[in-house]
Every structure is written in structure tokens, then in C-alpha cells.
Design a protein around this ligand. Structure first.
Ligand code: FMN
Length: 227
């Protein structure tokens, strides 16, 4: 089976995954629907979270077997961490290509999404003519592995306003069981899928000052490709 599987909270990784699926003629699957257990060729697209692999992606990688994996990480122009190397080290050796793609940051309004799709053509070619590669270890900030989910939770709050009708669509869309009718609990990692899912715009994010200052830093806008 050949497929593009994506994990996406605010649509950036989904847009890249859709491009890959259209170009390659592969099926497109949301990781949170029912996925196969074995793939001949798999393109996996997901966001970097606090310089790490999101837990949902780790859980997927644990249960799936793949002959030829292409791993694509989207990141919000801050720091992409070392997630592709970690995938190869911890889960899948059979990697034919990899890419880090800078996109709109989930927490920054008006930021630009990725549109340089031509840059991905060499990756498509490599997928069509696969051979295995060794991914290099990139720089990862020293604090990156210290309670990433907790750091993320402390960085911002999700606030419910009077538009909330109590429909609990936020709860249904949450992968972590972390919100019910607009009230988050301690499982929340601030992926803000719920904020985007709400049809009444009843959920707003409020960034802490340290996170606001961090997000103002000079942006890394680099597409990195391994083939
Ligand atoms: C919880 C969380 C943590 C994030 N951590 C990082 C990070 O460490 N470095 C970075 O450049 N972008 C980071 N981002 C931004 C996302 O990686 C980026 O916006 C991504 O493209 C979002 O993909 P999606 O729309 O498919 O969910 C983070 C976003 C969230 C929600």
C-alpha cells in the first residue's frame, strides 16, 4: 500500500501532505482515522512540537511497519529540532527521503504559509526511485527535551468566550481528551486544534509574555531536504 499520512492541527501539514498525495497519486489519510499497519511506500507529514515529535506521531510510528518511509516535518520558522534523525534512530531505519518545511506558526496570526512547492520536486523523484539514506543529527536546543508538553502548556492559555454554545465539537476534535465544552484540562498541550475547530470562534489563545518575546525572534526560513 502507498499512502501519504498526516497529523495536522492547524492545516499546515495537511496542505503539504495533500500536495504530496496529488503529485504521487497516493491515497491521503489523516493519522487519526483508521490507518493500515503496513505500508510499502509511506510519506509521513507532521508538525514539530517544542522541537520534538508529537506524541500522536510517536504512537503511530510504534505500531506501523514501512518498507520505504519519507518523513516530512513542518515547523513554524523557530527551530525544527532534530525530529527526522530521531525517527530514524528510534523507529524506522528505512528512510528514502526527508524534509523540514517552514510554514506558518500555529501561534502567529498573519504569518506566511509554505508556497515554494517546486522545492519539493527532488523529494518526489527520490520517492519514485527509492534508496535508503542516513539522516544527519541536527542541533537541538539544550532545554528542548525537558518536559516539552508542560512548557507548551505554560506558554499560553485557551480562553472560552460567550460565543460557546456547549456543542463540544472542541472535545470531539481533540486527540488528547484535553478539552470539554471549551474547558481545557491538564492533558492539554496547546496544539490549538480546538481553537481552529470551533465554528463560533468561541476559543481564543492568549500568549504568555516569554512566549510572545520568543516568537518575535529572527525566523529560520530554511527548507532542508535529504534525498
Ligand atoms: C505545541 C506546539 C509547539 C510548537 N513548537 C514549535 C517549535 O519548536 N519550533 C517551530 O519552529 N515551530 C513550532 N510550532 C509551530 C508548528 O510546528 C508549525 O506551525 C506547524 O507547521 C503546524 O502544523 P499543523 O498546522 O499541521 O498543525 C509549534 C506549534 C505548536 C502548536
Amino acid at each position: 500500500m502507498n499512502a501519504v499520512v498526516f497529523y495536522s492541527n492547524t492545516g499546515q501539514s495537511k496542505a503539504i501532505a495533500t500536495y504530496f498525495a496529488n503529485q504521487l497519486g497516493y491515497s491521503l489519510t489523516d493519522m487519526e482515522t483508521k490507518c493500515a499497519e503496513h505500508y510499502q511506500n509511506l510519506v509521513l507529514v507532521f508538525p514539530v512540537h517544542c522541537q520534538n515529535i508529537p506524541d500522536a506521531v510517536r504512537a503511530f510510528l510504534k505500531k506501523v511497519s514501512v518498507d520505504n518511509l519519507t518523513a516530512v516535518a513542518t515547523y513554524g520558522k523557530m527551530c525544527c529540532g532534530n525530529v527526522l534523525y530521531e525517527i530514524q534512530k528510534d523507529y524506522q531505519k528505512n528512510i528514502v527521503a526527508g524534509a523540514y518545511i517552514p510554514t506558518k506558526h500555529s501561534y502567529i496570526d498573519g504569518d506566511d504559509g509554505f508556497c515554494a512547492f517546486d522545492r519539493l520536486k527532488p523529494v518526489m523523484e527520490k520517492i519514485k526511485h527509492p534508496s535508503y539514506i542516513q539522516l544527519p543529527k541536527l542541533y537541538k536546543k539544550p532545554l528542548a527535551d525537558i518536559f516539552p508538553n508542560l512548557r507548551s502548556r505554560l506558554g499560553l492559555t485557551i480562553q472560552k468566550n460567550e460565543n460557546c454554545s456547549g456543542c463540544n465539537l472542541c472535545g470531539e476534535r481533540c486527540s488528547y481528551g484535553a478539552i470539554k465544552t471549551g474547558e481545557t484540562n491538564r492533558k492539554c498541550i496547546r496544539c490549538i486544534r480546538c481553537v481552529n475547530a470551533c465554528p463560533r470562534q468561541a476559543l481564543k489563545i492568549r500568549l504568555s509574555l516569554p512566549l510572545k518575546l520568543y516568537l518575535r525572534k529572527k525566523k529560520a526560513n530554511q527548507v532542508i531536504i535529504y534525498i
